[in-house]
Design a protein around this ligand. Structure first.
Ligand SMILES: O=C(O)c1cc(=O)[nH]c(=O)n1[C@@H]1O[C@H](COP(=O)(O)O)[C@@H](O)[C@H]1O
Length: 272
């Protein structure tokens, strides 16, 4: 999906919500464990209940890999289900990959070609040749970790090198790479105060903003400093939505949580 099509979906659904499918087998309702594929059963219920309120889904690959072959099967079934039933959804493989070019090409094949995700999260530490293989396909994106939501982001990302913070250098340098228009950037909601300066460097690219909800980030602040005339934001929430309840109507409650966020987003979009 192109960025333009993503903006169209956002304006159509009045939502820039991304639901994070971080499915921990130990946290799903226990009665689902008797299903053939409990992870997929959980995801299907969550997707059916939340799709009206969001424009994107982001399975975090760690949660699938942790279940071995069965986890990969559940991931594949989940992405196929989204493609078949909700082809208008933007999909993010949150894999945080990046290696020498020859290896990154294999990661890009797995997530963007074989599984058919619209995008994959990529760590910038290994530089240009580790990221460019993710940018070779039209209408697909690499989402570069710029300023992350965790405490450790202060260890390297906000440290200054030659007077400029490393995360700014990462963003600035990445703009010179081939097909840089296919880049999106991760900026944690817990770092909203940095968004104004980030927007001076990348006024148009989409930002994936995790950390609203369970990590304490505020939607209003993210919108105030990060929103562009074409919206330019995908705000992710995982645990606060998918684990809102452990009861048999967990999906309904997840849908209601997603709707609350969607309503707040609709209000922000009205002010565009
Ligand atoms: O790349 C990410 O999505 C990501 C970057 C970041 O800086 N912080 C962050 O929390 N994430 C991911 O976003 C999701 C946040 O989940 P919740 O805190 O449960 O909403 C998890 O899948 C994290 O791995």
């Amino acid at each position: 999906m192109s960025s333009k099509e993503l903006t169209e979906q956002i304006l159509k659904k009045n939502s820039f919500l991304c639901v994070g499918l971080d499915v921990d087998i130990d946290r799903i309702p226990t009665y689902l464990l008797s299903e053939d594929d409990p992870i997929f059963a959980f995801n299907k219920a969550i997707i059916d209940a939340t799709n009206r309120f969001c424009v994107a889904y982001k399975p975090n690959i760690a949660f699938y890999e942790a279940n071995g072959v069965e986890g990969w099967k559940a991931l594949e079934k989940t992405i196929n289900y989204i493609h078949d039933e909700f082809p208008e959804m933007y999909t993010i493989a949150d894999a945080k990959r990046g290696d020498i070019g020859n290896t990154s090409r294999m990661y890009a094949k797995t997530f963007l070609n074989d599984l058919g995700f619209d995008s994959v999260t990529v760590a910038p530490y290994m530089g240009k040749d580790s990221v460019e293989p993710f940018l070779e396909i039209e209408n697909r994106h690499a989402i570069l970790l710029a300023l992350t939501s965790n405490e450790g982001s202060a260890d390297f990302q906000t440290q200054k090198i030659d007077g400029e913070e490393l995360y700014k250098k990462v963003i600035r340098t990445s703009k010179t790479w081939e097909n840089a228009e296919r880049l999106m950037y991760v900026v944690g909601a817990t770092r909203a105060e940095y968004l104004k300066e980030i927007r001076e460097i990348i006024p148009e690219n989409f930002l994936l903003v995790p950390g609203v909800g369970a990590q304490g980030g505020k939607l209003e602040d993210v919108c105030k400093y990060g929103m562009t005339k074409d919206v330019g934001l995908l705000v992710n929430s995982s645990r606060k939505i998918i684990y809102a309840s452990e009861s048999s109507n967990f999906d309904e409650i997840a849908g209601a949580k997603a709707e609350v966020l969607q309503q707040q987003m609709a209000e922000e979009l009205r002010q565009l």
